[in-house]
Design a protein around this ligand. Structure first.
Ligand code: PMT
Length: 415
């Protein structure tokens, strides 16, 4: 679970649209990530989903009434003020046209907008409404106003609406709102102002239009790194081969397929890269040419002649002699089956990296395709650390904490 949500107080404002049922899933995900979720429902929302549903999910009282009171600190204060002053993030999902208007006009005629008026922190809005309502100049004007105040929006998506029509207005899925909540909370973290570029997944080298040479990488490790970088406030770019997992929201995605394309994308981003983390399993060889038509089944053996692909991190390492600031820090991975330490240290040196993360891919529960990893960290200054078996999320968080420390950001207070 992303530590960024641990112990955070989140107001989830739910206004009256059919997408309310999806907000139950959002409340559940946030609660499972150890956030304290206080749900405020408009009267219309209670017609779609009963407050007790949110109450059961969040284990917290659900607010619907402006005149209810809370005793949060021993002193009796009105509910909306107590909630608003304690919250780290205010999410409104779904936000109907009516609620957007109320928020943009600063109205306080019901509990959700009243609470928003006395709240000063980050706000994330997931609109949901019928296409014409979304496109109406009044709604667009309200969105513009809210954006100009620094409010973040996620969605709406286009697709089939509850009315049966197709168009813009669908609330995005709860997982996407969850990802953006992490991104918004991560803002101002220790990697603020740092551009982290991560490579992930296994490249695919075409043999013919239907076949390729690949490897077992799923991209799980790289996706976890991107999430961890984002949650520390980094501007994060994920250059990825095809993934078996959903890439994180709030990250710039650069999809590629081959080693050459990954090389070109990394080089294109290099002048603005502060930290490069190479977790991709990049093919070292590719067929010398890819057949235009599908290779037919013939009797006997077939030979495919291979040539070397560009070594991306080596090329970056060479460039660093001219421009040591881009990137300031290079972290590589080594997936090894034998002579682990010797191979990893050789790569650290040859590719001019600052840190290498060694995976013994023959160890159980470690390396390709699994959710956990046991790694050894080698740094250029001779430092070595053996980490226990951890989830890939935890490994990623620990690597990014180390990156922050190397950039002198370890004692950074979130701002
Ligand atoms: O994606 P998952 O299923 O979660 O699996 C994660 C992983 C096992 C792929 C990951 O943890 C890992 O170890 N990635 C590196 C795999 C690898 O190919 O290592 P390597 O020893 O071949 O390469 C060393 C380093 O050079 C790597 O950082 C690699 O990205 C980079 N490289 C390799 C070849 C090449 N042509 N260009 C490169 O930049």
């Amino acid at each position: 679970m992303p530590p960024i949500l641990n112990g955070k107080r989140i107001i989830l404002g739910v206004s009256g649209g059919i997408a309310c049922y999806k907000s139950v899933m959002l409340a559940s995900r946030l609660t499972q990530a150890n956030a304290q979720v206080d749900v405020i429902m408009t009267e219309a929302a209670t017609k779609f989903v009963a407050p007790v549903t949110f109450q059961a999910i969040t284990q917290r009282a659900v607010s619907t009434d402006t005149f209810e009171s809370w005793t949060d600190t021993g002193r009796l204060r009105s509910g909306h003020i107590t909630l608003a002053h304690a919250a780290d993030l205010f999410i409104v999902a779904p936000a109907t046209a009516q609620t957007l208007a109320r928020l943009a006009l600063g109205m306080g005629d019901e509990l959700l907008s009243l609470t928003a008026l006395s709240y000063k922190g980050p706000m994330l809005i997931a609109p949901a409404m019928e296409t014409n309502m979304w496109g109406h100049p009044a709604t667009q004007q309200h969105v513009e106003t809210l954006r100009s105040w620094g409010v973040d929006f996620v969605g709406p998506a286009s697709g089939r609406l509850a009315s049966g029509e197709h168009g813009a207005g669908r609330m995005v899925e709860p997982d996407e709102i969850f990802e953006h909540a992490c991104r918004v909370l991560g803002r101002g973290g220790p990697l603020t102002g740092v551009r982290v570029v991560i490579t992930a997944g296994g490249t695919r080298e075409p043999i013919d239009p239907v076949r390729f040479m690949g490897n077992h990488s799923t991209g799980k490790m790289g996706v976890a790194l991107a999430r961890a970088a984002r949650d520390l406030g980094a501007e994060t770019v994920l250059i990825h081969a095809p993934l078996s997992v959903t890439p994180p929201g709030g990250v710039t995605l650069v999809p590629i397929r081959t080693a050459q394309q990954m090389h070109d994308a990394v080089m294109e981003h290099l002048p603005t890269t502060d930290v490069l983390i190479g977790s991709a399993a990049v093919a070292d060889y590719r067929p010398i040419h890819s057949e235009e038509k599908k290779i037919k089944k013939l009797p006997g053996q077939q030979t495919i002649i291979l040539e070397r692909t560009p070594d991306i991190l080596k090329a970056v390492g060479e460039r660093r002699h001219d421009d040591p600031l881009h990137p300031r820090l290079v972290v590589g991975f080594a997936a090894e089956t034998d002579d682990l330490e010797e191979n990893a240290l050789g790569k650290l040196e040859r590719k001019n990296m600052d840190m290498i993360v060694l995976n013994d891919v023959t160890a159980p529960d470690s390396g390709f395709a699994v959710d956990t990893n046991r790694v050894i960290i080698f740094e250029r200054d001779g430092n070595r650390e053996d980490w226990p078996l951890m989830s890939k999320e935890e490994v990623a968080q620990a690597i990014l904490q180390r990156v922050a420390a190397r950039l002198g950001r370890q004692n950074w207070a979130r701002r």
